[in-house]
Design a protein around this ligand. Sequence first.
Ligand code: ADP
Ligand code: MG
Length: 246
Amino acid sequence: MNLLVVENLRKDFGGVRAVDDVSLRIGEGEFVALIGPNGAGKSTLFNVIDGQLAADAGRVRYCDRALERMSTAVRTRLGIGRTFQVAQAFASMTALQNAQVALAAGREALSVGAPLWRRHEEAARALLAQVGLAERAGSAASTLAYGDLKRLELALALAAGPRLLLMDEPTAGMAPGERTALMHLVEELAVARGMAVLFTEHSMDVVFGFARRVLVLSAGRLVADGTPEAVRADPEVRRVYLGDAA
Ligand code: ADP
Ligand code: MG
């Protein structure tokens, strides 16, 4: 079944057509890379899918529901998760508190006074253990090594139990060994949870090492959609992006 169906999507910024007539589908449990040069429209496409930006034309459907009128918070609750190019945790709170707040956010209305998020300690510890951060539970997010911060961010996105996780450059700024370790973890979690993943990535080692399918954006347009082998051999993709790099 298709989890996500994007049809003829368009997003303009003034004179810049950042997303230009993009159509794509993501099925349950798929592991898909979205690649393309800087400025190709990858982050903008994610922002339209998760509701941070309104599209100028086209449609986004998730589990056969139209998303246009739904806020980002509602889309998160429906099962669309997101991690960002720049990690977004509460810096002064511990890893455990961050996970507790993320768990509470999906389950409770905002309340004045009582810190209800404190209830979720056990689930929060389990979540941190899943991303390899059990030992860091008591550390302030601001003191975490960069790779650990990215793992924490992954835990926060998982707190809502997504069926589709959008990851914008999850391994940016990481050493090659760390990248592979993080992507192995994401792959494991995706299989265990039956979760689909759509990720943007510049490292071709990561793209061709992990993705089962590759989408290529160039100047807002989807110019290829296929297996890693087919995309790697595509002359148009080599022209606009890969060059002789792959
Ligand atoms: P990518 O993530 O592939 O590097 P982006 O989606 O960030 O690409 O950007 C696509 C295009 O849209 C670029 O030309 C960028 O300058 C432009 N753009 C992105 N966000 C904004 C914005 N908030 N306001 C104006 N232009 C933007
Ligand atoms: Mg981007």
